[in-house]
Design a protein around this ligand. Structure first.
Ligand SMILES: CC(C)(COP(=O)(O)OP(=O)(O)OC[C@H]1O[C@@H](n2cnc3c(N)ncnc32)[C@H](O)[C@@H]1OP(=O)(O)O)[C@@H](O)C(=O)NCCC(=O)NCCSC(=O)c1cc(O)c2ccccc2c1O
Length: 260
């Protein structure tokens, strides 16, 4: 596969997968998800690779989730909602190698979900985290909600989703969403340090550990699959479309008329 939305490199045991769509703050469209799934599979089963780093191009954003300019009641690709996002989330969990999210800017919406699903998150002090679903007519009904609660606890996860606030890297660290925060100019050195430590360890022990950590939360995938069917119906409503239109028109959404 030739990549258009993603950059892929392998160097000294480290595969780096970079979402390369800086014009839309590294938001993903259908094609981006396909390429990310392909790249994770490639790195996951390459014997030259012991650790995978996921990041975004530039300094502004790690990833800001689904590309709202490619959202017209549904996204523009394959799958129930036009994005094979459940497959992308699953492959991050299923590759038998540790995955590090290198977060240098915004990790928002589906971008925050991707970072949450990685085994580790290393953040620059300029990074910001948050969910935006209920502000833009969406919600991740699987790993993005239920797994987040496993990481930060129920109260915090509900706050993150219901209020759609943004959190600094220090705040994210305090709630257990990131493993380390470093000054922006030291981010690459810190990520390299974590990679080097991982590469010294037994790959098989790491793979078994990763799969055993996953076992406890694998049922969330099934719940998510069911939720996606509901989400596809929600995306077809005027309520959801109001959220997408408001973001694209740079105005506040008016959801009050949809109260049931
Ligand atoms: C990231 C922001 C907080 C940045 O705010 P700021 O004020 O600094 O900058 P702007 O808002 O002016 O943005 C600059 C520029 O970038 C464009 N942009 C940013 N994000 C996106 C995006 N996601 N898609 C398309 N374009 C984007 C923006 O339009 C501006 O363009 P200009 O041409 O005007 O310069 C803020 O931008 C923000 O909150 N962005 C998030 C937007 C969003 O709605 N994201 C998608 C949410 S839904 C989702 O991600 C999602 C993910 C999943 O994994 C799911 C899984 C399962 C089910 C559902 C899922 C799902 O819905």
């Amino acid at each position: 596969m030739t990549y258009e939305d993603v950059l892929f490199t392998v160097e000294a045991g480290v595969a780096t997968i970079t979402i390369n769509r800086p014009k839309v703050m590294n938001a993903f469209r259908g094609k981006t998800c396909e390429e990310l799934i392909h790249a994770f599979n490639k790195a996951g089963w390459d014997k030259a690779v012991g650790v995978i780093v996921l990041t975004g191009t530039g300094d502004r954003a790690f990833c800001t989730g689904g590309d709202q300019s490619a959202h017209d009641g549904n996204y523009d690709g394959r799958g129930i909602i036009g994005l094979p996002v459940e497959e992308l989330q699953s492959i991050i969990r299923e590759v038998p190698k540790p995955v590090i999210a290198r977060v240098q800017g915004y990790a928002i919406g589906g971008g925050n979900v991707l970072a949450t699903l990685c085994d580790f998150t290393i953040a620059s002090d300029k990074a910001q985290f948050g969910q935006v679903g209920p502000k833009v007519g969406s919600v991740d009904p699987g790993f993005g909600t239920a797994y987040l609660a496993r990481i930060v606890g129920e109260k915090r996860a509900r706050e993150i989703w219901y209020l759609c606030r943004r959190y600094t890297a220090a705040e994210a660290m305090a709630m257990g969403l990131v493993n380390a925060v470093v000054p922006h100019d030291q981010l690459d050195a810190e990520v390299a340090k974590w990679c080097a430590e991982i590469l010294e360890k037994s790959p098989t022990a790491l793979a078994i550990a990763k799969r055993s950590f996953n076992a406890d939360t694998d049922s969330i995938r099934g719940i998510g699959g069911m939720g996606m069917q509901a989400l596809a119906m929600y995306y077809a409503t005027e309520e959801s479309k109001e959220g997408v239109r408001a973001f694209n028109e740079k105005r506040k959404p008016d959801f009050r008329k949809f109260q049931k």
